[in-house]
Design a protein around this ligand. Structure first.
Ligand SMILES: Nc1ncnc2c1ncn2[C@@H]1O[C@H](COP(=O)(O)OP(=O)(O)OP(=O)(O)O)[C@@H](O)[C@H]1O
Length: 340
């Protein structure tokens, strides 16, 4: 099937019972830190006039769970194809675990769940997962992969008799069956209902909790926020934000300072320190502020603190700020970047 990356593994080590080899430890130079799971260095990929990936530099450390967020056409699938070695950059370099993506895939370090794919009829879930696992050098057991995906009870079911949610869980089981150190999931919850999504993310977190690296793309901001410890926002092939959901919200969406007006009106609030926008809802003012400490101090000095609440703007507001293009035909100058 097309949506799971699996490669013939190297032969498993043959062990001779009763013989314990003493490893010869060569004199090695001082240990260097292990290379990151993923590194993009000045990567470009063009399709005709479209600059799908426009100079992306990025590093993902081992064990991180990273969400790739962007509008349609932002470059997410292209980035994933480059990362998996399915496509090559026009300029720049992509490395997985310090080597070429193809080598990492061949070495069984990478599992992927891409979009689409049609199940082979008449094969059972157990058979298919077993088949894929056997192509990796260090697979987990079929039972373990099914348990991790939450489909242990479906082991004997034909793969063409699964519901949409079950089929997606099977794809996840196939992606992890080889016990790869990195899994790449391209919009893994598209078309799943709320309950199926929740189950899916439980499985993903179980896999990440073993110290593995996870990269997933999504259109759902809440999913990125809830399930990733880092969010990369791509826009027109460029990284325009890189941080935790909280960091991105604060840096781009600002902070909302709200309080009751108590009938005193909103005159003068718009010009308080840090305030960039003012909205009045019923008898309550909501100030958007780039410097909430200064805004709150000014409110206190004016004796305006009534049921005060200070909350970060939503990730959605931050995302819209980052990827808004008032004039889509204008030059491709980047939005203000948020980087760690
Ligand atoms: N093989 C290709 N030939 C021509 N243009 C392409 C090709 N692949 C991608 N593109 C273009 O590159 C840009 C980035 O596409 P990509 O599929 O990477 O975006 P995306 O963020 O994954 O979008 P979506 O969320 O819709 O899946 C788009 O303008 C797309 O039309």
């Amino acid at each position: 099937m097309s949506h799971v990356i699996h490669v013939p593994g190297t032969p498993r080590a043959v062990r001779t019972p009763g013989v314990i080899a003493t490893p010869q430890v060569p004199d090695l130079p001082a240990a260097r830190p292990a290379p990151p799971a993923v590194r993009f260095s000045a990567v470009h990929r063009r399709f005709g006039a479209v600059h799908a990936i426009d100079g992306v530099d990025l590093e993902i450390s081992r064990g991180a769970t990273v969400a790739l967020l962007g509008r349609n056409g932002a470059g997410k699938s292209t980035a994933i194809a480059l990362l998996l070695g399915l496509d090559r950059p026009d300029a720049g370099e992509v490395r997985l675990f310090g080597g070429a993506p193809q080598d990492a895939v061949r070495g069984g370090l990478v599992g992927a769940m891409l979009q689409g794919g049609t199940p082979i009829p008449r094969v059972t879930v157990r058979e298919w997962v077993g088949f894929v696992a056997a192509t990796y050098p260090r697979p987990m057991s079929v039972a373990e992969a099914l348990a991790l995906a939450g489909i242990g009870e479906l082991a004997g079911r034909r793969v063409d008799r699964l519901s949409g949610g079950q089929a997606q869980r099977l794809r996840f089981a196939l992606a992890v069956a080889g016990n790869p150190a990195l899994i790449v999931l391209d919009e893994p919850t598209a078309a799943l209902d709320v309950e199926a999504r929740r189950g899916f993310w439980r499985s993903m977190r179980g896999y990440a909790a073993r110290g593995n690296t996870v990269l997933f793309s999504t259109h759902y901001l809440e999913e990125a926020d809830e399930n990733a410890d880092r969010i990369l926002v791509l826009d027109r092939g460029r990284t325009v934000a890189d941080g935790s959901g909280e960091e991105i919200r604060r840096a781009v969406g600002g902070t909302l300072v709200s309080f009751d007006l108590d009938g005193r009106g909103s005159a003068g609030l718009r010009t308080l320190p840090g305030v960039t926008a003012l909205e009045v809802r019923d008898d309550r003012a909501v100030l958007r502020s780039g410097d909430p400490d200064a805004t709150v101090l000014a409110l206190a000095a004016a004796g305006r603190i009534r049921r005060l609440a200070v909350t970060p703007a939503s990730l959605e507001e931050a995302f819209l700020n980052l990827t808004a293009h008032p004039d889509a035909d204008a030059d491709q100058s980047p939005s203000p970047a948020v980087t760690r």
